[in-house]
Design a protein around this ligand. Structure first.
Ligand code: PMP
Length: 426
């Protein structure tokens, strides 16, 4: 049998860092990344056959648990009809109808293959529609790895300490204005200092790439108002929050209507998928109805559509979100009690099925600077203590956690007990 270490050594020869996406390398926590051989329900299994209760869920898509039989059946059926046609197929129509039904602010949608493609395309469209070049993003928010977004970015860029990537031309980086999250006054000042220049504000409505930070009361509404005043488009990047915090996304939860939205993760059920969409007046400017070019060899892939539609069916069932939220609350409450009992100062956050945990004296964490002030050494100790006990958290203090409907109360009790054991040693 090939061991984890052998695989990692082989992987490092031909793949940078041995991984195809940086955070997977465990740079944020140290130690060897686990190679995963299979997954089922709430658990992933490494190449030695050891199982772990998984709170990463492939970074969000596996909201109904791993290897869900409905999704597998849909994928098998679709695969038997052919893997890709490069021509329109019925599943794409159903997917577009379903997304536009679930997300009221979305009149039209275009499928792509990743969250990065979705955000990149949405910003191109916003620039074209407004005839302006600048965009506003927020410190610690991550919108994929397109050049315009790798400026003070979150997620792996933050974990690796390169929030602004080399290779992004300065002329492009200069067009990305970065402001603190949850500070509407900073946005107002910025828009007033750049009148007529800002095409779009792009925001994760719940920040999930610098741990998990909910929007302050009224913050998203203020962004909407400011965008209206300045002729700037509001883009909600719901690649993570879409169908994670509520059916209909964060925009339905907070009742704010963006001009454009981006999705990914859950809508692919584990297959590579993204989508951007929004108001008809903008989406009709996308090729071929309009001049804004956007395309993809595998976009709307029939197998991916089948997986995504099966996932959307599962999450549309009555009570799905109530159950998911209740489980997530049970986990967060349990962890909070464990931290209190151990006398370890911590703060927690939760929106629907996503959660965050912070090692801080503060009672809540609201922006990037506060995240950076948290104790990442303690996170590493918790991470490895939990891993030893068979619980898999995201391998970085700057990522949100995800619960799935396949997590049982026993899974959560086991997780909390394991965390309590680790926290007692602090
Ligand atoms: N936007 C957000 C909010 C994300 O969380 C991510 C990925 N974590 C992306 C965009 C990029 O998506 P992808 O990795 O599929 O390109």
């Amino acid at each position: 049998m090939t061991t984890n270490s052998e695989l990692l050594a082989r992987a490092r020869v031909h793949i940078p860092g041995g991984v195809n996406s940086p955070v997977r390398a465990f740079n944020g926590v140290g130690g060897e990344p686990l190679f995963i051989e299979r997954a089922e329900g709430s658990r992933i299994y490494d190449v030695s056959g050891r199982g772990y209760i998984d709170y990463v869920g492939s970074w969000g898509p596996m909201i109904a648990g791993h290897a869900h039989p409905d999704i597998l059946a849909a994928v098998k059926q679709a695969a038997e009809r052919g893997l890709s046609f490069g021509a329109p197929a019925p599943g794409e129509v159903t997917m577009a109808e379903k997304l536009c039904e679930l997300v009221p602010a979305m009149d039209m949608v275009r499928m792509v293959n990743s969250g990065t493609e979705a955000t990149m395309s949405a910003v191109r469209l916003a620039r074209a529609a407004t005839g302006r070049d600048r965009i506003i993003k927020f410190e610690g928010c991550y919108h994929g790895h397109a050049d315009s977004f790798l400026v003070k970015a979150g997620s792996g860029a933050l974990t690796l300490g390169v929030p602004t990537s080399p290779g992004v031309p300065a002329v492009l980086a200069d067009l990305t204005l970065t402001l603190p999250f949850n500070d509407a006054e900073a946005v107002r000042q910025c828009l007033e200092a750049n009148v007529g220049e800002v095409a779009a504000i792009i925001v994760e409505p719940v920040a999930g790439n610098m741990n998990c930070i909910p929007p302050a009361e009224g913050y998203l509404q203020a962004l909407r108002r400011l965008c209206d005043e300045h002729g700037t488009l509001l883009i909600f990047d719901e690649v993570m929050t879409g169908f994670r915090v509520a059916l209909g996304g964060a925009q339905s939860l907070y009742d704010v209507v963006p001009d454009l939205s981006t999705f990914g993760k859950v809508i692919g059920g584990g297959m590579p998928v993204g989508a951007f969409g929004g108001k008809r007046e903008y989406m009709e400017q996308v090729a071929p109805t309009g001049p804004v070019y956007q395309a993809g060899t595998l976009s709307g892939n029939p197998v991916a559509m089948a997986a995504g539609l099966a996932n959307l069916d599962l999450i549309s069932r009555p009570g799905f979100y109530e159950d998911l939220e209740a489980k997530t609350t049970m986990l967060v409450d349990g962890l909070r009690d464990a931290a209190q009992a151990a006398g370890v100062p911590m703060a927690f956050s939760q929106v629907g099925g996503m959660f965050g945990l912070f090692f801080t004296e503060a009672t809540e964490v609201t922006c990037f600077d506060e995240v950076m002030a948290c104790d990442t050494e303690r996170f590493k100790t918790l991470f490895h203590g939990l891993l030893d006990a068979g619980v898999y958290l995201a391998p970085s203090a700057f990522e949100a956690g995800f619960v799935s409907s396949a997590h049982t109360e026993d899974d959560i009790r086991e997780t909390v007990a394991a965390a309590a054991d680790v926290l007692k040693t602090f």
